[in-house]
Design a protein around this ligand. Structure first.
Ligand SMILES: [Zn+2]
Length: 300
């Protein structure tokens, strides 16, 4: 694998060029935009995205709308370029796709250009939310999509529901010139990554990282530094990337969460990234963990 597509864009799945177009989501606008000469629709099937090399396969929205589509039908992602509408549809059948076109973003996302990956990730998250939220969380009756898939409205009590994003802290623990990496049960042999956990209600980002560090590896953490964050569409997390200081190199693993956690020296991590050493298997470059390690090596 090369870093061909990510020389200057450190955060895969971010940086979509498609404008959400908040003011164009009324029914009349959406009808007009579907008929726009430059309108296209990207295509998904069960969470996978149809691609053609580094780009997304596209079709005319009118053609797509005639096919059997998964809930919520055609969604409006927004406007690109000089105002060309971009839609997305999740097809019930995979029959129309050329062999090999359906792409698993988690395993094969690195093949896509950064823009395409960001647009595809957003569509994947939105479809997953609709698929798992067909009923009103307030009264339990069916809800229907509205505003081009930007929300759902209850058919009984009119409650509005919006796609939810779940914040996760992902933190690279450092002490002097080493980092602490962990591996979960069932991960590929030798694979180690940064520690991570969901932010709980009532917590700050820093408090979540401190708690997770103590729970997962028994580390006393402080001085959390925010570097960058990443939308992670599996199904809908916002990964908040930190570098956190450990008081010492104590490691006491919570075996329900982790299979192992070890300190790796800067030289070991550098060698893994240079391809000259094999102290561990690094996360793929589409992950924020990979980007955090790279930033740490660069002295950030
Ligand atoms: Zn309701």
């Amino acid at each position: 694998m090369t870093d061909l597509h990510y020389p200057d864009c450190p955060i895969p799945f971010a940086g979509s060029h498609v404008d959400f177009a908040e003011t164009e989501r009324g029914d009349a606008s959406l009808d007009r935009l579907q008929g726009h000469a430059g309108a296209t629709a990207i295509l998904l099937h069960r969470g996978q995205v149809a691609t053609d090399g580094a780009d997304l396969l596209r079709a005319r929205p009118a053609e797509v709308a005639a096919l059997p589509l998964a809930d919520p039908g055609l969604i409006f992602l927004g406007l690109e370029g000089d105002g060309d509408p971009v839609f997305a549809a999740s097809l019930k059948s995979d029959e129309m796709f050329p062999a090999g076109a359906l792409t698993d973003l988690r395993l094969q996302g690195h093949r896509l250009a950064p823009d395409a990956l960001a647009v595809a990730g957003r569509a994947r998250s939105i479809f997953d939310w609709h698929r798992t939220h067909p009923f009103c969380a307030r009264c339990g009756r069916p809800s229907v999509p509205a505003e081009g898939g930007a929300k759902r409205i209850c058919t009984a009590c009119d409650a509005e529901h919006f796609p939810r994003v779940n914040p996760v802290v992902i933190f690279l623990v450092e002490q002097a010139d080493a980092v602490l990496l962990g591996r979960g049960p069932g991960w590929p042999p030798g694979y180690y990554s940064a520690l991570a956990g969901f932010v709980s209600p009532g917590e700050t980002i820093e408090e979540a990282a401190t708690r997770e560090g103590m729970e997962e590896v028994g580390a006393t953490l402080a001085c959390h530094r925010y570097l960058f964050c990443q939308p992670w569409p599996f199904p809908s997390q916002l990964m908040i990337g930190l570098i956190s200081q450990a008081a010492d190199r104590t490691v006491r693993i919570d075996e329900k969460e982790l299979e192992d956690a070890r300190w790796f020296s800067r030289a070991e991590v550098q060698a893994v990234f240079d391809g000259t050493g094999g102290a561990f298997l690094r996360p793929p470059r589409t992950t924020i963990a990979h980007q955090l390690m790279k930033a740490w090596l660069a002295g950030q």
